[in-house]
Write a protein that binds this ligand. Structure first.
Ligand SMILES: Cc1ncc(COP(=O)(O)O)c(C=O)c1O
Length: 485
């Protein structure tokens, strides 16, 4: 490190000065407080957030690593797990632990099933799990970490998994199945009952990823919305992940992994008896477990209460309905599939419209846009604050569609070509290499933060941009105009 690389100051600085510099650094962060983002932050209300901070602060120093030392934290964790198990229709056999988030919960489930297979499926040499294409990418991460091959079952035109497709992918090396309730990309709840029956037929465990749905679907169902059965009521479901830091409205770093019985959880627990540092036992991946997040998760559940969650679900569902009806009313756009709760995506139904150009226009109007691929789409997860901005969002979206319709070249400026290229390039290895290169720059000693839309074309090389331009003009001129003429 040279030059003015950050260093620990020789003498500690004034704490007030540090706090004001920190506050100033937030200026370029996503404007979730203005309800302009649809992911990353699940905000219930300012009052609830202040309460969570207070609860977190009380146990800021606590460490859930040693439950004997922090009996308070062990009790919070136990009660959080029991409350979640009851919510998801488990019984007294249902057991589990808190984790740091959805990814850790999923990783633990994958590792649990791998280790279970090592014990009771000795013929499996290369373990595989069958999961839908739409299941969260955390399964791929888990597969890489724990050497379990993820076999992805395709989904249909209705964005749902067909159980027959999944059945065909089961082999003697399959150690478990997984589905989502709902999945992240399109917000669809997989056919858990059918897959549960399939799991029983093949003697396989079944994980339901309810990371995003665990604390919203039960309330939506109680409000009378049709939600396909997705939890421990379904025979064959052996584990579930449900995130407190999403619709549970806890502080970040809080999720649960639940198993139908100790027969499964047993494989998750870690014990080492030979370490000079002492006999070590740990329920989940980290060593030190921040007391604040465990305590705040418990406090969040107690403060929201059933009535609070139900009121929240009512507002969230009403807001989602307004979004979906408004988007479907725009000529050229359509919500993908028929999502039953508050997570969904929309794309273009008119092929002349470029979804990523619409996304760029929305971003210029100050919205934080989550772009998807296969198909190109824009993703939303609705929270109560969004009730205030639905109309402005839809107004901007109508303007975006009108703009992109009138200017097909909009697809060739800003970040749209870069997203288009990354989504469609046939050589996925090359795309992966490019993304890794960006990450290496971000995590290099310079700590550069690249901006995809910093230059015209989002960094797409000029010759490729020219080819893309020619293609767009050709398609527009000869295919569409001719048809219309
Ligand atoms: C369905 C689903 N599973 C898992 C995850 C991963 O959760 P986390 O970001 O807390 O690791 C997400 C995140 O959005 C999700 O939507």
């Amino acid at each position: 490190m040279q030059g003015d690389a950050p260093r620990i100051p020789k003498q500690g600085l004034d704490r007030d000065r540090i706090l004001s510099e920190m506050a100033a650094r937030r200026k370029d962060d996503v404007k979730w407080q203005e309800n302009r983002a649809f992911s990353l932050v699940f905000h219930h209300s300012d009052e609830h957030t202040e309460f969570l901070k207070a609860a977190h602060g009380l146990f800021f120093d606590g460490n859930g690593l040693n439950p004997m030392a922090f009996a308070s934290l062990r009790r919070f964790e136990h009660e959080v797990v029991r409350m979640t198990a009851t919510l998801l229709n488990g019984d007294r056999e249902t057991v589990g632990t808190m984790t740091s988030g959805g990814t850790e919960s999923i990783m633990l489930a994958v590792r649990t099933y791998r280790d279970r297979a090592r014990k009771i499926m000795p013929w499996v040499k290369k373990p595989e799990m069958v999961i839908p294409v739409s299941a969260h990418v955390a399964f791929d991460k888990a597969g890489k970490y724990f050497d379990v091959r993820m076999v992805r079952a395709p989904i249909g035109r209705d964005f749902r998994l067909n159980p027959k497709t999944m059945a065909r992918l089961i082999t003697p090396d399959t150690i478990a199945l997984a589905v989502s309730a709902p999945e992240y990309p399109f917000g669809m709840v997989d056919p858990v009952e059918d897959i549960g029956a399939l799991a029983i037929k093949h003697g396989l465990p079944l994980h339901v990823d309810a990371c995003v749905g665990g604390f919203i679907l039960p309330w939506v169902e109680r409000l009378g919305h049709p939600i396909p059965p997705f939890d421990f009521r379904v025979p064959g479901v052996t584990s579930m992940s449900a995130d407190l830091h999403k619709y549970g409205y806890a502080a970040k770093g809080a999720s649960t992994i639940l198993y139908r019985s100790m027969d499964y959880l047993r494989h998750q627990l870690f014990v080492c008896v030979d370490w000079p540092g002492g006999i070590f036992a740990s329920p989940s991946m980290p060593g030190t477990r921040p007391g604040g997040t465990i305590a705040a998760a418990w406090a969040g559940l107690m403060a929201m209460g059933e009535d609070g969650y139900l009121r929240n679900a009512e507002l969230v569902m009403d807001t989602t309905r307004r979004f979906i009806e408004g988007i479907n009313a725009i000529d050229g756009l359509r919500v993908l599939g028929n999502p039953p709760a508050s997570v969904f995506a929309y794309g273009v139904s008119d092929k002349r419209l470029n979804c990523y150009a619409i996304a760029d226009f929305m971003a210029q109007r100050g919205w934080h846009i989550d772009r998807q691929q296969r198909p190109p789409a824009i993703h939303l997860m609705v929270n109560p604050g969004h009730a205030k901005i639905v109309d402005t969002y839809l107004e901007d979206l109508r303007a975006a569609v009108a703009h992109v319709r009138a200017n097909p070249d909009a697809a060739l400026s800003g970040s749209a070509p870069a997203y288009g290229l990354m989504a469609n390039a046939p050589m996925r290895g090359l795309v992966e290499k490019n993304v890794l290169a960006i990450m290496e720059r971000m995590y290099s000693a310079d700590g550069e933060i690249p901006h995809l839309d910093a230059e015209d074309g989002g960094g797409v090389p000029k010759p490729i941009l020219t080819l893309m331009k020619l293609k767009t003009r050709f398609v527009d001129k000869f295919l569409y105009r001719r048809k219309e003429g």
